[in-house]
Design a protein around this ligand. Sequence first.
Ligand code: 5CA
Length: 445
Amino acid sequence: MRLSRYFLPVLKETPAEAQIASHRLMLRAGMIKQASAGIYSWLPLGFRVLKRIEQIVNEEQIRAGHIPMLMPTLQSADLWRDSGRYDDYGEEMLRITDRHGRDMLYGPTNEELVTDIFRSYVKSYKDLPLTLYHIQWKFRDEIRPRFGVMRGREFLMKDGYNFDLTKEDALHAYNRHLVAYLRTYERMGLQAIPMRADGGPIGGDYTHEFLVLADTGESEVFYDSQVTDLTFGDRDIDYDSVAQCQGVLDEFTSRYARTDETHDAALFDQVPEERRRVARGIEVGQIFYFGTKYSDALGATVINDKQEQIPVHMGSHGIGVSRLLGAIIEASHDDKGIIWPEGVTPFHCGIVNLRQGDAATDGACADLYAALTKAGLEPLYDDRDERAGAKFATMDLIGLPWRITVGPRGLKNGVVELTSRKTGESVEMSAEDAVARIVEIYRDI
Ligand code: 5CA
């Protein structure tokens, strides 16, 4: 993409309404624009990152054997009356009446709808296990939407639902989700720690939240510092292996790590004092096992091998897709702007032309652009007629991990400059080497 033809409305001023870095930077980098309280338009740069995050979530869900689909945002109130949640959900639910006077709602989550789909088609234990998921907009009429996409009213969520014959099978599905989530967050450059939590309006008493540690997080968390040493890395997991998935769950959840809702001071005291931590975190996902709560209420049963009709065991599993942008920026920025991890960056690298209009630099930039594009990468080429300082400031603000700077002086010596946004380090090399280096960096991402 050429910046001169793109739509990147960066702001010079720091927006007064933004209290935390990620919100400020998303506004300044022209990623989002508030449409009304807690509701945002995703401008092209923000939309790109959102799509990358969705793609990683999709890839990891499919790898775990979960099946993508799409359910609507608007739902009929009837199903929610059957489950008993129509009244329970309270004022957070946006209720709508259609022209025929029918009660509708903008879905805050999808347990009812997916259970209805399940009960309409699945009749036999032979069709289990089954996990369906979608990535869809949700609406929760939060009393205090704040921090930009972090606590929105309209937000994008991946929500998945497992249907299993037995509790053991459903717990395997739970563990599978935990593994898939660990992989998902790590690919985004995040450490998200599973912590025992509370079921809230979704229900169930077996649930973990995934928290990214950050001073600006809304949740208070208590943990054994050893949990921060754990990484999933590139281990190969067989998602069908009950033992392997259970092993990962045990490894990642055996040390004390809880949100304030389930914090147990007596248990926490058993952690050696030098390892006890009290901090804040951003909840980027949550997994639940809630047994037969919805299948009992909505009649989701299957016939087992003894010809008995039994309710299925279920769980639901959510990732805050739009919230993740905020969480990633909170975890990765400096005073100049965002520092995107390579896994989610909106463009793979920037190209800065220091003398726009000069035949040699224009030509070298065009060649670089073509070579990167040919290699399957998406560069953002700043071809505007601007001062170098302004171009660098824009690149630093929008946070592309790599920048290639092309100027007349370097070209005379046959070199361009490759700069890491993270370390600020610059290395001179030939344009071909710079392309090869970038290709190499993104090879396994
Ligand atoms: N049905 C279950 C799991 S599919 C569910 O709704 N879980 S949840 O309530 O925990 O939401 C899943 C994730 O969505 C949360 O972990 C959080 O990351 C994100 N989320 C929840 N509320 C908001 C909000 N108001 N703004 C942005 N993200 C949110």
